[in-house]
Design a protein around this ligand. Structure first.
Ligand SMILES: [Zn+2]
Length: 716
């Protein structure tokens, strides 16, 4: 077999601009594909698959899934589980609805009122989410805006404005000697994960937090608000979890343990609230800018630093502390915490050659309200992927590896359904060859993806095989849109020469337990556009067909990409991991950390051993390629070693202060939450100006890189 030579020629083909232009999306004869000795038979299977996912049917799934609000653990959520299970079964998947019992809060009452220093009432809310015309807004099952994992409390305090509630924002307040003890912090959404805002406020002694959506970030400043356009209307509220996700994901009571129905009481932990757990102690309430404006407008005290002014039509102030002119907020949040039953839906197709090697593909199903974009667009796309795979099964095809499709519950509360399932199957998942995630499949036409470096070229390859609704392939559209500036695209590490940049995996969706707890190579895909109704009641079917994808052709596109990821990975001869790319990225991360250590004055740190280990990994990866080119025999052994190379990056001890996170190359940042921090043990120790810890973490990194090198060398 001649896998890598073929790959080289594919690179050559696509690196000459224009060569592919004008060709149809699936040219014949089939181009060589990474991992396949001869792709021609597989190309026929893939063509058959691509012809099945249907835009109209995807639109029908979306309409059914978004017919009612379906918050995790509600009867309406269970109904969507049954719908998904029925579609899985109809396609021929061996299907189970898998329950877990997990701690979740629902709001009993949420109230905010604000007074100026003369005692005049400024606002009393929250106001109901309402626009001129929206078919879903009056349904009594729409849950009042609240934060998952919020503390309960009844607190009164002076208000301080903290911009985005980033570490640097709180540092700025501290530099101005603004004491937050007992204060109510008002912070705008954006820039980091909302749980980080509450975490930092709680650490500084705040009594409560108001989180609001500033029109600058997803409202009228961006464009017309819904129902005229796609952006957030005046009363739209972003619900969301404030769990300390960067500590651990899943059920707060069971880090590392699956919350099965028969789990004993003694297996649950008690101190999960406050700085040692993953739940805030203080209450937080999400509000609209309709409710935030009177508070912000009445704030006195110093004017805000540069960059803190939002788009409301007055000058923002930080707040007057200790004296007349302050704004006092009374905040009441009563949360009903209970263990509630949630339902994952798991559909399996047993592999014909490697049944123990799983390809897992998942999407969450629960929504804060209707969740047309987040996540039902993902579920609708996944159901059409499954439809396509069902058609292949009917024609007698069997994947070589086992494919598992998963519909996760309670993602919104903290990746709960996926995490509990991963914790239950962590031994089996040691062999899982990939986890493919989709969450928000479609909010517009711009394709994007994130992945571990070893799978970046794989994802690009899949998109080269899928037609775009705009003509050409998804890959071509992706590359064209990528050339345009886009402030919404996450800034992350970019290597020179990358044809289309792909992001790193931080957190905020269900790939986290797979990659960062167990070490399953993962990817995440989506297609985005202007979207200002995130986590509000207005993320509904009416918004979707008006603003995102009226003919559901992007649902069809995402169904094809998602399904093809699973099929191509399940049938591959050699697992298509690119460890040369992985090693190059790690070298670049070490380089960057070295520079930031120098900038922080940590000049005594010795990066030499880690740099040398990354170089050894690169050589081993290059050698592994040439060994594979000449490989004749034991593909199973070869694939196992390739898979175990990712496992080598897992440290049993986990990251300092958060042992649930065990991946030494990627983690969600403690102060960013969603975006990835790379080589987190090292970088977070440098950020904390802790040279002892940084040195120890460099040693850990050197060891895991050498373990990965030995694993690759064992291929010989
Ligand atoms: Zn989501």
């Amino acid at each position: 077999m001649n896998v890598y030579k073929s790959v080289a020629s594919l690179f050559l083909l696509v690196s000459i601009p224009g060569l592919l232009q004008g060709q149809s999306p699936a040219p014949s004869p089939a181009p060589p594909v990474f991992g396949y000795a001869d792709f021609s038979a597989q190309a026929k299977i893939e063509d058959k698959f691509l012809s099945v996912p249907n835009a109209k049917l995807a639109g029908r799934h979306l309409k059914i899934l978004t017919a009612e609000p379906h918050l995790a653990a509600t009867p309406e959520d269970h109904k969507t589980a049954e719908y998904v299970a029925q579609k899985f079964r109809a396609a021929g998947l061996e299907t189970q609805i898998v329950p877990y019992r997990v701690l979740l809060n629902w709001p009993k009452s949420v109230h905010v009122e604000a007074y100026d220093s003369s005692g005049k009432l400024l606002m009393s809310g929250p106001a109901r989410e309402h626009v001129d015309k929206d078919p879903g807004q009056n349904n009594p099952r729409v849950v009042m805006p609240f934060n998952g994992s919020s503390g309960s409390g009844d607190v009164t305090g002076d208000v301080v404005y903290a911009n985005y509630g980033r570490l640097e924002d709180f540092n700025e307040l501290a530099a101005r000697h603004i004491d937050l003890h007992g204060k109510i912090v008002i912070a705008r959404y954006g820039s980091n994960f909302r749980g980080v805002k509450v975490y930092l406020a709680e650490q500084r002694g705040a009594g409560g937090v108001l989180l609001y959506s500033d029109p600058q970030d997803d409202g009228y400043y961006k464009g017309d608000a819904y129902p005229r356009g796609p952006w957030r209307p005046e009363t739209g509220v972003q619900r969301g979890s404030v769990q300390y996700l960067f500590k651990y994901a899943g059920d707060p009571e069971t880090p590392g343990v699956a919350s099965t129905l028969d789990l004993s009481e003694s297996a649950r932990i008690k101190n999960f609230v406050g700085p040692n757990g993953d739940q805030p102690r203080i209450p937080s309430i999400p509000i609209s800018y309709h409710d935030a404006a009177p508070i912000l407008q009445a704030l006195k005290g110093p004017g805000v630093p540069q960059g803190w002014q939002g788009a409301l039509p007055f000058s923002y102030h930080l707040g007057q502390i200790g004296g007349p002119g302050g704004v006092e907020v009374h905040l009441v949040s009563v949360q009903d915490y209970r263990r509630r039953i949630i339902w994952d839906v798991i559909g399996t197709i047993r592999g014909s050659e490697y049944p123990d090697d799983w390809v897992v593909a998942g999407n969450h199903r629960d929504a804060w309200v209707y969740g047309a974009v987040d996540p039902s667009s993902g579920t609708a796309a996944m159901l059409e992927s499954v439809h396509g795979i069902g058609a292949l099964l009917e024609q007698g095809w069997r994947p070589k590896r086992t494919i598992v499709f998963c519909s996760w519950d309670a993602e919104e509360e903290g990746l709960v359904g996926s995490t509990e399932w991963v914790e239950q199957h962590d031994q089996t998942l040691q062999r899982a060859v990939a986890y493919f995630n989709v969450d928000v499949a479609v909010s517009g036409p711009d394709f994007s993806a994130s992945a571990v470096p070893s799978l970046k070229e794989f994802v690009r390859g899949v998109t080269r095989a899928v037609p775009s609704p705009l003509g050409g392939t998804v890959f071509e559209e992706w590359r064209a849109s990528h050339a345009l500036p886009n402030e919404n695209r996450a800034a992350s590490f970019e290597l020179p020469g990358e044809e289309v940049h792909m992001g790193d995996l931080g957190s905020g969706s269900d790939f986290t337990p797979f990659l960062q707890h167990v070490g399953v190579p993962s990817t995440d895909i989506g297609s985005s556009g202007p979207y200002g109704v995130y986590h509000s009641t207005f993320d509904d079917f009416a918004w979707y067909i008006q603003n995102a994808d009226p003919h559901f052709v992007y649902l069809q596109q995402m169904a094809r990409v998602f399904g093809l990821e699973a099929i191509r990975m399940a049938d591959t001869d050699v697992l298509p991991y690119d460890y040369v790319m992985y090693a190059r990225e790690i070298s670049a991360y070490i380089d960057q950390a070295k520079r930031s250590a120098a900038n922080s004055g940590l000049n005594s740190l010795d990066f030499g051993p880690a740099e040398a280990a990354a170089d050894r990994l690169k050589s081993a990866a290059q050698k592994a390629r040439s060994i594979e080119v000449s490989a004749t025999g034991d593909l199973a052994k070869l694939n196992l070693a390739l898979r175990q190379t990712e496992t080598a990056f897992i440290s049993d001890a986990g990251l300092p202060g958060r042992p649930w996170y065990r991946h030494t190359i990627y983690a969600p940042g403690e102060f960013t939450g969603y975006s990835a921090v790379v080589i987190p043990g090292v970088n977070e120790a440098i950020d904390a100006r802790n040279p002892g810890l940084a040195a120890a973490q460099l040693t850990v990194l050197t060891q895991v890189l050498d373990r990965a090198t030995r694993t690759l060398d064992s291929i010989n």
